[in-house]
Design a protein around this ligand. Structure first.
Ligand SMILES: Cc1ncc(COP(=O)(O)O)c(C=O)c1O
Length: 368
C-alpha cells in the first residue's frame, strides 16, 4: 500500500518522494481541478463540512437539489438522486426493485458492491461465466419460471473490460428481465456524451436497463447517484432504507459534483483524450509482449500467471518513480495483475517513461 502525502494528479507524493501516478480512477483529472477545488471551498465557507443528518430527515439542502438537477440534465433523465457513496447504489437499486424480480443472475466477477447488495431474502442467486451472454442465456432457459434481474459491472474495475451489453441485453429482453449495470467506471468516459455503457452500446432508449453510478471516479468527486424516471427516484426517496438512514452528501462534495459536471459538459475533449491516450498505451504494452485486455477504456491491466511477477513489476516501477499498483482487491477472479489507470492529463513524457521502464523490465524478465 502506498501512503499519500498529497492529493492525486499526474504526480503524487508518498513518504516524501514524488511519483508519476498511474493509480486510482481520476480518469479525467478532475479530482484536483482548480474550479472543482474552488467550488468545494466555497461550499465549506457557506455550509460547513457536514449537514449532519440524512436526506430524509433534515439533511437535504439546496445544493443537493442543484446537483440532482445537473445530473438529470447530464443523463437526460427526468430526475436523479444522490447519496453517500457509489457502493450504496447497488443496494439502493436492488432494494427498491424488490417485487419485480425473484432471481438474480450476476456476472461471476461482479464488483464487491454488487455481491454485498444482494438482499438476504432473495430466493435464488446464480452466477454466469464472466461476460458470457451464452452462459447467461443457458441459465435463464433453465430457470424460465423466475422473474430475472441480471446485474453486471459496465466496465470491470480491474481489467477495463466492457461488459458486452450488445449480447447481454437481447438475452435479458428475451427472458423479460431487468438489467442493472454498475457503471462506476464508465460514467463520464464511455458513450458519445459520457453517459456510460448503455450509451456506448446505443441502448439509451431501452426501458428496464438501470444504471448505478458514482461521482468518485471520472467525475473526480465523491458520492453515488441513480438517474431515471420520477417514479424511480420517488421510490428511492420514499422506500430505500439505505438512502433514508444514511447521512447526506457533504456540502463540499455536492459542490464539487456540480463543478465537475460543468467541466465535463464544456469539455467533451477530455473524454476523447483519455480514451486516445489509453488506446495508444495499451497498444504499446501489448506490443511489448505483455498480456493485457483490449477495450477502449482508461484501465489497462498487465496480467501475470504468478502474483510474484506482478508484484515484482509494480515494485520495480515504484523504485523508478512510478505508481502502478499490483491489485489485491475483493473481486472474484483468477488472474494476477497490475492496474494502470490513464488520466486525460497524463503527458507524453510520463507515458514514454512508463513504456521505457516496462520494456527494460520485460527484457530482463523475459517470460511472464
Ligand atoms: C464497479 C464498482 N462499483 C462501485 C464502486 C464503489 O464506488 P464508490 O467508491 O464511489 O463508493 C466501485 C469502486 O470503488 C466500483 O469499482
Amino acid at each position: 500500500m502506498i501512503l499519500l502525502n498529497s492529493g492525486v494528479g499526474n504526480y503524487i507524493f508518498s513518504n516524501g518522494k514524488e511519483y508519476s501516478y498511474f493509480g486510482g480512477n481520476n480518469y479525467l483529472g478532475l479530482a484536483n481541478h482548480p474550479s472543482v477545488r474552488e467550488a468545494a471551498i466555497r461550499a465549506i465557507e457557506k455550509y460547513g463540512v457536514n449537514f449532519s443528518a440524512s436526506r430524509h430527515t433534515t439533511g437535504t439542502a439546496d445544493i443537493h437539489l442543484e446537483l440532482e438537477k445537473e445530473l438529470s440534465a447530464f443523463k437526460r433523465k427526468e430526475d436523479a438522486v444522490v447519496f453517500a457513496s457509489g457502493y450504496q447504489g447497488n443496494s439502493i437499486l436492488l432494494e427498491i426493485l424488490k417485487g419485480r424480480y425473484s432471481t438474480i443472475f450476476a456476472d461471476q466477477s461482479a464488483h464487491a458492491s454488487i455481491i454485498s447488495a444482494i438482499p438476504a431474502d432473495v430466493v435464488k442467486v446464480m452466477y454466469y461465466d464472466h461476460c458470457d451472454a451464452g452462459h447467461l442465456e443457458n441459465l435463464l432457459e433453465h430457470n424460465r419460471d423466475s422473474d430475472p434481474l441480471i446485474i453486471t459491472d459496465g466496465v470491470f474495475a480491474l481489467t477495463g473490460e466492457i461488459a458486452p451489453l450488445d449480447e447481454i441485453w437481447p438475452v435479458v429482453k428475451k427472458y423479460k428481465g431487468i438489467l442493472v449495470v454498475d457503471d462506476a467506471h464508465s460514467t463520464g468516459v464511455l458513450g458519445n456524451t459520457g453517459k456510460g455503457t448503455p450509451e456506448h452500446f446505443k441502448l439509451l432508449k431501452e426501458e428496464n436497463i438501470f444504471q448505478t453510478e458514482t461521482m468518485s471516479k471520472a467525475l473526480g468527486g465523491y458520492g453515488g447517484f441513480i438517474s431515471g424516471s420520477n417514479d424511480l427516484t420517488e421510490l428511492i426517496r420514499e422506500r430505500s432504507a439505505t438512502y433514508q438512514a444514511s447521512t447526506a452528501l457533504p456540502p463540499p462534495i455536492a459542490a464539487a459534483g456540480i463543478a465537475s459536471l460543468k467541466i465535463i459538459n464544456d469539455n467533451p475533449d477530455l473524454r476523447i483524450q483519455v480514451i486516445h491516450k489509453a488506446r495508444m498505451l495499451r497498444k504499446e504494452i501489448s506490443g511489448l509482449g505483455l498480456e493485457t485486455t483490449h477495450y477502449d477504456t482508461p484501465i489497462i491491466p498487465i496480467i501475470f500467471e504468478r502474483a510474484e511477477k506482478g508484484k515484482g513489476l509494480s515494485s520495480y516501477l515504484e523504485d523508478n518513480g512510478i505508481i502502478a499498483p499490483f491489485m489485491n482487491y475483493p473481486v472474484r477472479q483468477e488472474m494476477h495483475l497490475i492496474r494502470i489507470a490513464v488520466c486525460a492529463n497524463h503527458t507524453s513524457d510520463q507515458i514514454e517513461i512508463l513504456l521505457r521502464l516496462l520494456k527494460k523490465w520485460k527484457d530482463k524478465n523475459e517470460k511472464n
